[in-house]
Write a protein that binds this ligand. Structure first.
Ligand SMILES: Cc1cc2nc3c(=O)[nH]c(=O)nc-3n(C[C@H](O)[C@H](O)[C@H](O)COP(=O)(O)OP(=O)(O)OC[C@H]3O[C@@H](n4cnc5c(N)ncnc54)[C@H](O)[C@@H]3O)c2cc1C
Length: 442
């Protein structure tokens, strides 16, 4: 079958892999000159298969005042005159029930476990180079109440097959000595030995090379998709800046950038961008080896080879930094955004908001792990998570024949992409999928 993958982010590249391995004739189209130039560029690097509980949780309702008024809150909301923002927010609030949160967690844990197995196999088989490390993940809590609810969540997840353990502050330091200065400030942590980390951008670039060289996949880069033409409830063709493409199956992996293209009469994809930020600094030898989440600020830390990646924050209604898209088109010019996050130039309201968030992220990192990296050389970045209100990706067929989706992975795209890609390939091949894809149907 001729399969056309729209988008070369982590979901597009992994889907290309799953279909190419099944022997399909695969073409990947993307508007940038290199894969993973948008949201998959400088994310938190966590392959956190067991930390999939959705943002839509009853506890968010309690935090609403802080969300609206506290400038330092990890979650911020800026209202826009945009019906899609309000629709998404209402659906999100409706999903903030214990029953829905648990159901989503259960479904995503299944998908996460599947993804973990697939990434493990893929790394073995293809020998990709992306600073992959299976060093475990330690999630830290500073207050006793938050730690108690984390232990309850852990007990729930362990009953579903996770292997997590609660650890004391002293045990946290013995697992990760970089935390020595934090001992007195911690209530405890949850440690998951089987978690991993890696550089998502390098993963995509390395896998794309393998797809080209070993599996004969065609890449049409620097090619902007301008419209998806439909006829009689089917996709007739894709129109791009470099001509027309026709295929037997089109799979949209376009993330947030695809929203205008998905605006088809019979299609409503419940996606909204949730902006987040990251900093990449040269790591010192004292940088943590284990991935860390500081739940107090909701910031993640991962050492990727010789760099420390710090990422976090969820902003609704803030578009992030313009350079996030402009400069990352070419990984080799990514150094162009070497700018001290404290002094970078301010352009407009969105950029100003993003700058403030990056300054906050930088100060939190410097205070939390002061000796971990060269913070004065921080490379700032922002990206927009393609998020659904429930926190579940949307995969599989649409009302249009030949058009499938693989999107909406929110904060878990790197973690879950291999799993959703394989589910789609299973569906196309008529195999029984490893987990129930109807849980993620549009
Ligand atoms: C701050 C931050 C931290 C994160 N940390 C983690 C983490 O630690 N672990 C994790 O698992 N996930 C993390 N995520 C989430 C993860 O990065 C995303 O879920 C994932 O990158 C989404 O991948 P995607 O392929 O769907 O979208 P993208 O990576 O955005 O890919 C979409 C592609 O489509 C292309 N495209 C769009 N429109 C067009 C068009 N019209 N024509 C041609 N091409 C087009 C784009 O160029 C792009 O390459 C984080 C996200 C952020 C913002």
């Amino acid at each position: 079958m001729k399969v056309c993958l729209l988008g070369a982010g982590v979901t597009g590249i992994t889907t290309a892999y799953a279909f190419a391995r099944d022997g399909h004739d695969v073409t990947v189209i993307d508007r940038h000159a290199h894969p993973a130039a948008e949201t998959s560029f400088a994310n938190g690097g966590q392959l956190s298969y067991s930390y999939v509980a959705p943002l839509a949780d009853p506890s968010v309702l309690r935090k609403l005042p802080a969300l609206l008024f506290d400038r330092a809150s990890p979650l911020r909301f800026r209202a826009r005159l945009d019906p899609s923002q309000w629709r998404w927010c209402l659906a999100f609030l409706a999903a903030c029930t214990r029953a829905k949160s648990r159901q989503t967690t259960t479904e995503l844990l299944g998908l996460g476990a599947y993804s973990r197995a697939l990434i493990g196999e893929l790394v073995e088989r293809e020998r990709l180079s992306f600073d992959y490390a299976r060093s475990g993940k330690l999630v830290l809590y500073r207050d006793a109440q938050a730690f108690a609810s984390a232990r309850a969540q852990m007990a729930f997840q362990n009953r579903l097959g996770c292997d997590q353990r609660a650890v004391t502050p002293r045990e946290c330091v013995s697992i990760e000595p970089a935390l020595a200065a934090q001992t007195n400030r911690l209530a405890g942590g949850i440690f998951t030995e089987s978690e991993a980390s890696g550089d998502c951008h390098a993963f995509c670039v390395s896998l794309a090379d393998t797809l080209r060289d070993t599996y004969g996949v065609t890449f049409r880069l620097d090619t902007t998709i301008e419209s998806i033409r439909t006829r009689h409830d089917s996709v007739a063709r894709i129109e791009t800046s470099r001509g027309v493409f026709e295929a037997d199956l089109y799979i949209s992996c376009l993330g947030v950038g695809g929203l205008p293209l998905m605006d088809l009469p019979k299609l409503r994809v419940p996606l909204y961008p949730l902006t987040g930020y990251s900093l990449t600094v040269p790591a010192f030898t004292s940088a943590p080896r284990v991935s860390i989440t500081d739940t107090h600020h909701k910031v993640v830390y991962a050492t990727l080879g010789e760099r420390l990646r710090i990422a976090g924050m969820v902003d609704i209604g803030v578009r992030g930094m313009p350079f996030a898209h402009a400069h990352v088109a070419d990984a080799h010019v990514a150094d162009a955004h070497v700018a001290d996050a404290r002094t970078a130039v301010v352009h407009d309201a969105d950029t100003r908001a993003a700058q403030a968030r990056l300054r906050l992220l930088l100060s939190q990192a410097e205070a939390f792990l002061p000796g971990a990296g060269a913070y004065s050389q921080a490379i700032p970045w922002s990206g927009m998570r393609p998020a659904t209100p429930s926190g579940k990706p949307v995969i599989g067929p649409t009302p249009y024949h030949k058009l499938w989706l693989n999107t909406g992975h929110g904060a878990l795209g790197f973690t879950l992409a291999a799993g959703t890609a394989a589910l789609l390939a299973d569906m196309a091949a008529g195999r029984t999928p490893a987990c129930d894809p109807t849980a993620f149907a549009l």
